[in-house]
Design a protein around this ligand. Structure first.
Ligand code: SAM
Length: 283
């Protein structure tokens, strides 16, 4: 429990995750029926990019800040930038604060939608409650996100999106927990969309998870989007990250293809970057 997202808010991994999250909301909200958004690892919701943690790492400089300086963006990335800008205090042209996944989701919820936001760390959960400002559509649970999946799914709304975004302090153990939680969740809520974020250091540490998804996802389609800034052959740094999406919305592969290569070009840190959108499995 040492992880604090404030050190990483707005970095390249957040850009991929949050731009994809907005795309998933847009696709799922094409229908008027209520949906439930479940964030198993929600964190505090709002980050001060001028605060001590962000100043220490400056990760947002090579993340969200690069998009602000881009002369033109694909529609989906422009929508992401506009949404981040909507959180800024009036009067500035700069990005002083950064919204995490629960605040992005809150902004996108319709009257009929609901959010279940889980965060284990007491201070982070308290900060999240404050950031949400007593929104009756959003329930914050200070508890283990995997146990919450078991206890709270399926929600009354039949349609929904589950974001699983753990800290990966121990990579192998985290994948084991994700697999156990998913295997249980999709028997009880099979038609929900599940998006799992994962870090990429060494490719061989990801492959068992991909194989498991291929083997175990039953009738569900599984789409994978990855953004690599460096070759995936070093355990010493975060070379990239991915999202595995179970039950993606129709043609979501095309939606991702429309902006992921442009994002790779914008965030490149050398010549070895890569953007991938692959079906891991189709029914
Ligand atoms: C990567 S951050 C989440 C970032 C957030 N989803 C976003 O995109 O803005 C992971 C968070 O999970 C919390 N956490 C760690 N273990 C947890 C668990 N078992 N259940 C719920 N939250 C947990 C950490 O305290 C941390 O705030």
């Amino acid at each position: 429990m040492n992880y604090r997202h404030a050190f990483h808010a707005g970095n390249f991994a957040d850009v991929l995750k949050h731009a994809a999250l907005i795309g998933l909301f847009d696709a799922l909200q094409a229908k008027p029926a209520a949906l439930c958004y479940v964030d198993t690892h929600a964190a505090r919701g709002m980050y001060d990019l001028r605060g001590e943690e962000a100043l220490k790492t400056q990760e947002h400089v090579d993340g969200v800040q690069r998009l602000l300086r881009a002369p033109a963006l694909p529609i989906a990335l422009q929508r992401y930038v506009d949404l981040v800008r909507a959180f800024q205090p009036p009067g500035g042209n700069d990005i002083a604060c950064y919204p995490g996944s629960p605040l992005i989701a809150q902004r996108l919820l319709r009257e009929q939608d609901r959010a279940i936001l889980c965060e284990l760390h007491e201070e982070e959960a308290a900060a999240l409650r404050r950031s949400l400002g007593g929104d009756a559509r959003c329930a914050v649970h200070q508890r283990d996100g995997y146990a919450a999946m078991k206890a709270l799914l399926p929600p009354p709304q039949k349609r929904g999106l589950v974001l699983i975004d753990p800290p990966f302090e121990a990579q192998g153990a985290e994948f084991t927990q994700i697999q156990q939680a998913l295997a249980d969740a999709w028997t009880r809520w099979p038609n929900a969309t599940y998006a799992v974020w994962y870090p990429i250091k060494l490719r061989e540490t990801i492959l068992p998870f991909h194989r498991w998804l291929h083997r175990s996802a039953g009738k569900a389609d599984v789409l994978v989007a990855e953004l690599l800034l460096h070759p995936d052959n070093s355990a010493l740094r975060l070379n990239g990250c991915g999202l595995a999406i179970v039950n993606p919305p129709w043609q979501f592969d095309r939606t991702l293809q429309d902006w992921l290569p442009a994002l790779k070009a914008l965030l490149a840190q050398g010549r070895d970057g890569e953007a991938r959108v692959d079906w891991l499995k189709t029914a």
